[in-house]
Ligand binder design. Structure first.
Ligand code: UDP
Ligand code: MG
Length: 323
């Protein structure tokens, strides 16, 4: 990494996965918005193994604005959060701002976050004024938000939104973590000493479609919960204790009935219902254990979390001041 160049104040980190349709619009809005900040900045695009022309377009943008643009190219698809982490490793600014490449987070709002950071916060989250996503997603995300807040004790009002700013101290700590399945805003919240939130605009996806299926959204939420809390496991232990207690009472009751009223054969289907219900709970419990164990397994294998194929950045030779 080239650390001899003058350091910018603001680093923008943008993960990109198959966004060829939206990138031109992003470039035309992003750079003017950053110029208006009147400070030194750099933009770090992380190509998360796109299979379309995104990588080529990012390289072209680097050629056009090498003074403020750097591009990290992954050799495959490692997910949005890994891309952001790679961006953090490369970022040199004091304030890191993450942004989606699809223009759902208006670049014009970056200034609001930077202002808030300058007031002395080391993490600034954002809440979407009016969310522009499918209704089912908005609803499910709100519900999940509430459950997650209870379980993990992380106060992020709007967890699905990635327009956020992080201070250097927080990013340095994040860079020291080797977590495989993680959720960047939650990690940052854990490390922040003085977090804050602001309200920002949200737009519909400019082009292309969401890269998250229902399945990957569920997995992401598991990452968030298992990565930041053991409460689900403890809840299960307590549920198990309650169940044992309840069945002990039932045994006593049935025994008394057998002794005083005689044998019973009715209620077979009730028995089925109760058994299936308990089997469901047990299967869910095993699955939950598996979620933790699978993550432990991935972690202990200690493979590289992502592989950077190349970084496009200005070489030391062409050293000129950034601002
Ligand atoms: N993204 C990524 N890798 C992935 C999936 C998504 O880098 O595996 C990027 C994507 O290019 C975009 C951001 O993460 O910049 C958010 O993705 P998307 O807009 O599809 O998510 P949504 O807005 O639907 O939550
Ligand atoms: Mg989006």
């Amino acid at each position: 990494m080239n650390r001899d160049l003058p350091l910018p104040e603001v680093s923008i980190v943008i993960p990109v996965y198959n966004e060829e349709a939206g990138l031109p619009a992003l470039f035309t809005r992003l750079y003017p918005a950053l110029e208006r900040l009147n400070t030194s900045y750099e933009v770090i695009f992380v190509n998360d193994g796109s299979r379309d022309r995104s990588a080529g377009m990012l390289a072209e943008q680097f050629r056009l604005r090498p003074d403020v643009t750097r591009v990290v190219l992954f050799n495959g698809n490692y997910g949005q959060h890994m891309a952001i982490l790679a961006g953090f490793e490369a970022a040199r600014g004091d304030i890191m701002v993450t942004l989606d490449a699809d223009l759902q987070n208006p670049p014009e709002e970056i200034g609001v976050l930077v202002e808030k950071m300058r007031e002395g916060h080391d993490y600034v989250g954002s809440i979407r004024r009016k969310r522009q996503d499918a209704a089912w997603r908005t609803w499910a995300s709100k519900a999940m938000n509430r459950v997650r807040e209870k379980i993990t004790n992380i106060q992020i009002t709007d967890q699905g939104n990635m327009l956020r700013a992080y201070g250097r101290n927080v990013v340095d700590l994040i860079n020291r973590c080797g977590e495989v399945n993680t959720f960047v805003p939650a990690l940052a919240y854990r490390f922040a000493r003085h977090p804050a939130e602001v309200v920002v605009a949200h737009e519909e996806r400019a082009a292309g479609e969401s890269k998250y299926s229902l399945y990957s959204l569920i997995r992401l939420n598991f990452d968030l919960v298992t990565g930041f809390s053991l409460v689900p496991l403890q809840f299960y232990s307590m549920l198990g204790m309650l169940m044992s207690l309840a069945s002990a009472v039932l045994v006593v009751l049935l025994l008394a009935r057998r002794l005083f009223l005689g044998a019973e054969a009715e209620g077979v289907f009730t028995l089925f219902a109760v058994t299936f219900f308990l089997m469901g709970i047990i299967l869910f419990g095993i699955g939950l254990l598996g979620e933790y164990i699978g993550r432990i397994y991935q972690q202990v294998r200690a493979r590289p979390r992502y592989v950077v194929q190349a970084i496009l950045e200005r070489s030391e030779l062409s050293k000129t001041p950034l601002d």
